[in-house]
Design a protein around this ligand. Structure first.
Ligand SMILES: [Cu+2]
Length: 129
């Protein structure tokens, strides 16, 4: 009677050991594999976004960025422009001569409508999340 009993116990302890192994490997799995995959999952730091001004247009006309990001307006047109927020008034590049650029570090969330004071029909939007 001793032998079957101990064999039952051994099966049971094998099952427990297997279950523990599964638990351990599952909890390790949630941390993700080491290397590049983990690095890719880490949120990126502040980014720089470029808005090109060309043919009397801001491109892209709508840009979404995050607080701390830098937005650069680059005048690739054949006439001067500005990037001037109108609603709310928050930033103003001043006159951007042809070929020049202006950088602005975004500090506050919101939706900023801006235009060019020299060409008020040039309208665009900066969304800060
Ligand atoms: Cu303009």
């Amino acid at each position: 009677m001793n032998a079957p009993h101990s064999s039952m116990r051994s099966v049971a302890s094998t099952l427990v050991a297997t279950a523990l192994l599964l638990l351990v490997s599952c909890s390790l799995g949630t941390q993700g594999p080491p290397g590049g995959f983990v690095l890719a999952a880490v949120p990126k730091g502040p980014q720089t976004h470029t808005i090109v001004i060309r043919e009397l247009k801001f491109q892209p006309a709508v840009l979404t960025v995050k607080v701390g990001d830098t937005v650069e307006w680059k005048n690739d047109d054949i006439v001067p422009h500005t990037a001037t927020s109108t609603r709310p008034k928050k930033f103003d590049s001043g006159i951007l001569p042809v070929g020049s650029s202006w950088k602005y570090v975004v500090t506050k969330r919101g939706t900023y409508l801006y235009d060019c004071t020299l060409h008020p029909n040039m309208k665009a939007e900066l969304i800060v999340r």
